[in-house]
Write a protein of this length. Structure first.
Length: 375
């Protein structure tokens, strides 16, 4: 009886102090993702995989249930426990990232997934990113060392092996996402703008050098860039089909289930979900989706003005930056603003690792935006 009262009290305190606006937005976004998973994958499952029409939908629902556990768990931790748990998970998933070159499953020439006994196939970087942000924020807000550039150097040294492991997969999309998130953190921390842009240019030149000197490893980037700048050179490109689907959908769409992109492009329910949605429900719905994302970002940034803890500020900046950057890259690829990257849309795209990783980020954001009773 006593334990039941404690559980009820813990739940009541969690509900009382959680930022309900942010929570509702997270539920809405995940709800849309589940709905679009049903709409965009039923024909793929029944026609191409010859299995239950609701195969992907059921898997998506299971991953959301798993993600819900992580949302509640990470949003319930106190500040010290969040740091300790994040360090343990960071080391755990970093270990699997190091194992990828040896145990990774190769799909379309890239080793991004690991498949070992007793664990479902997952993408380590998706689960590592939330904890990387917490660790980077810890380094950049470390109060015992006032030398800001020393902390920048330490954070970059931590980033180097992760970027290296992503590059050799190869996964340039996630490499850029992680690097840009780190740049947003050091920018907010107060780096000199001249040094900031010089560093950015140097890294860009290193990327160009890697493409030039290792064409066998990174030749696909050149191919994607050529198709991006010269669509006529690639009449059957996925990005071309995606942009055609958006155009054909118009402002109000063709209607639910009437789209054809999900059958014409592999992995449309992950990499091109915006085009699938736009074709069937119209550009209007994409605009609504973008407004929800922006309102979500606004609600998190509102908390920054009242947050006195520098580490919490940096974690919030990093968490919302990685979600916003990933969403912008995904939408940009779908409308041919950027070359193809294979980036999922947070909350919306199908994919277990992506859903769980986004859930962890959501739990951390809810943790740091809730009303503090321990102050």
């Amino acid at each position: 009886m006593l334990s039941n009262n404690l559980i009820y009290k813990s739940y009541y305190n969690w509900w009382k102090n959680i930022n309900k606006t942010v929570l509702i937005l997270i539920v809405i976004l995940f709800g849309f993702g589940l709905f679009f998973s049903l709409v965009s994958t039923s024909l793929i499952a029944s026609d191409k995989l010859n299995t239950n029409s609701y195969y992907f939908f059921i898997k998506h629902l299971i991953f959301i249930f798993i993600g819900t556990f992580f949302i509640i768990f990470f949003s319930s931790l106190n500040h010290d426990d969040l740091n300790k748990v994040s360090l343990l998970f960071f080391l755990f998933f970093l270990f699997f990232l190091f194992l990828l070159p040896f145990l990774g499953v190769e799909v379309k020439g890239a080793k991004r997934w690991i498949d070992i006994p007793f664990l479902p196939r997952f993408q380590p970087i998706e689960l590592l990113k939330p904890f990387l942000i917490v660790i980077l924020a810890n380094i950049l807000s470390y109060e015992n060392n006032k030398n800001l550039y020393y902390k920048f150097l330490l954070s970059f040294l931590l980033l180097i092996p992760i970027i290296f492991l992503l590059v050799i997969q190869p996964d340039i999309g996630q490499t850029l996402l992680v690097f840009l998130t780190w740049l947003s953190l050091i920018f907010v921390s107060g780096i000199n703008l001249i040094i900031f842009f010089v560093f950015f240019v140097l890294v860009f030149l290193l990327l160009i050098g890697a493409i030039y000197f290792f064409p066998n490893k990174f030749g696909y980037i050149i191919t994607r860039l050529k198709s991006f700048f010269d669509p006529a050179s690639c009449s059957n490109c996925q990005s071309e089909k995606a942009s055609e689907a958006i155009i054909s959908g118009g402002f109000f769409g063709k209607g639910m289930g009437e789209g054809t992109l999900k059958n014409r492009v592999p992995e449309a329910h992950t990499d091109y979900i915006v085009s699938v949605v736009s074709e069937e429900f119209g550009v209007l719905f994409i605009i609504i989706l973008m407004i929800i994302f922006l309102f979500f970002v606004y609600q998190v940034f509102k908390k920054l003005y009242s947050e006195g803890n520098n580490q919490s500020k940096l974690i919030l900046v990093g968490s919302i930056s990685i979600i916003l950057l990933q969403a912008l890259i995904h939408i940009g690829v779908n409308i041919r603003l950027f070359p193809t990257t294979g980036m999922t849309l947070p909350f919306i795209s199908y994919g277990g690792s992506s859903i769980v990783g986004t859930s962890i980020l959501s739990g951390i954001i809810l943790n740091l935006t809730k009303r503090r009773i321990d102050k």
